[in-house]
Design a protein around this ligand. Structure first.
Ligand code: FMN
Length: 339
């Protein structure tokens, strides 16, 4: 078996459906050169049998970037992992944490925590096919199967199957009765379970996820685990990403102010518009950038009202001038506040 050394790194942004698409990742990359970024979950069915054109597409600037797969058929996952690697991704991750009913109907996501041997076979099949790290993102348990012993047994099987890194969302999931959103809020966070997991599996890279709402909180967890993964906070308040390189990697920050981030994003927006991508596919990810500073509401409102263009012919929707105008508003705000 082809065992790889863990190469995950200390800080990553979580896979989030509808949120961490390639436009969002290109934007986040401007804020941090080092954070590892994840795609939204891509199902084996969509990749193997759907209209796959572009589904794995990413921008070269996005590295280090991981693709997350959803599935439970070892052969299908191995073939998808092969495609992920061929596209140039740095890691392939298996989703064993999503509790949605749709995902359960496909027998993957969090319900797979009840089938540890199958997950181990999936990981081994991917591991035997690719050289990039194969990683798993899971919960601490599901339904009433939430004992520490069950989690440790699951993780031991992962380790034996060649999994490089386990990312653990530190709450259990209820497979029925709660929506995916409630499953990210209601089951209590149990960081100690993840810290103990690292102590029990010192050779395995363990990444903590769930409820980390600041970089300081994330930093504190590094005393106990190898890395941290932030989801909602990084998406809703993306400016915090600008401190990641310094705080977690000892590198200089990629950017020093918010306006500079947008100035750097504009060439990307222009290139996408030229390919017929509607403006709002990019601007929806940047609405939170000015959160907490004067003018934040005007920024959000201006972009929301003017960056339309979904459903129109390529080239006919709103153009990049909407972003430039919104930026001018923010420059005015900055000058007024400095005066
Ligand atoms: C809108 C949204 C979509 C998500 N989609 C995925 C997904 O595709 N795959 C996955 O493993 N987790 C997904 N998650 C869960 C996150 O990756 C993460 O585990 C969860 O939000 C907890 O981390 P946080 O408290 O830092 O947000 C999603 C979360 C959100 C908010």
């Amino acid at each position: 078996m082809n065992i790889s050394k863990p190469v995950h790194g200390k800080f990553s942004v979580a896979p989030m459906m509808d949120w961490t698409d390639r436009h969002d990742r290109a934007f986040l990359r401007l804020l941090s050169r080092r954070a590892r970024l994840y795609t939204e979950m891509i199902t084996t069915g969509a990749l193997l049998y759907g209209p796959a054109a572009g589904i794995l597409r990413f921008d070269e600037t996005e590295h280090p970037v991981a693709a997350q797969l959803g599935g439970s058929d070892p052969d299908a996952l191995a073939e998808c992992a092969r495609r992920v690697e061929a596209c140039g991704y740095d890691e392939v991750n298996l989703n064993v944490g999503c509790p949605s009913l749709r995902v359960q109907a496909g027998r993957f996501g969090a319900c797979l925590m009840k089938e540890p041997e199958l997950v181990a076979r999936c990981v081994a099949a991917m591991r035997d096919t690719v050289k990039i790290p194969v990683t798993v993102k899971c919960r601490i348990g599901v339904d009433k199967d939430d004992s520490v012993a069950a989690l440790h047994r699951f993780v031991a099987l992962l380790e034996n199957s060649g999994c490089a890194t386990v990312i653990v969302h530190a709450r259990k999931a209820w497979l029925s009765g709660l929506s995916p959103k409630q499953n990210r809020e209601i089951p209590p966070l149990r960081y100690n379970v993840v810290f103990d997991l690292k102590a029990a599996f010192p050779d395995l890279e363990i990444i903590l996820n769930g409820g980390l709402e600041s970089l300081d909180a994330a930093q504190g967890a590094l005393d106990y685990v190898d890395g941290v993964m932030l989801g909602r906070t990084a998406y809703k308040d993306p400016w915090i990403m600008s401190d990641v390189d310094e705080q977690f990697f000892g590198d200089p920050s990629a950017v020093t102010d918010r306006i500079e981030v947008i100035e750097k994003y504009i060439p990307y927006i222009e290139a996408q518009l030229a390919e017929g991508v509607p403006l709002n596919a990019m601007t929806r990810h940047i609405l939170g950038l000015f959160n907490g500073v004067p003018g934040a509401r005007a920024w959000r409102r201006y972009l929301s009202e003017n960056a339309t263009g979904l459903g129109v012919e390529p080239g006919q929707g709103a153009g990049v001038e909407v972003v430039r105008d919104a930026l001018a508003l923010m420059q005015d705000h900055a000058q007024t506040n400095a005066a």
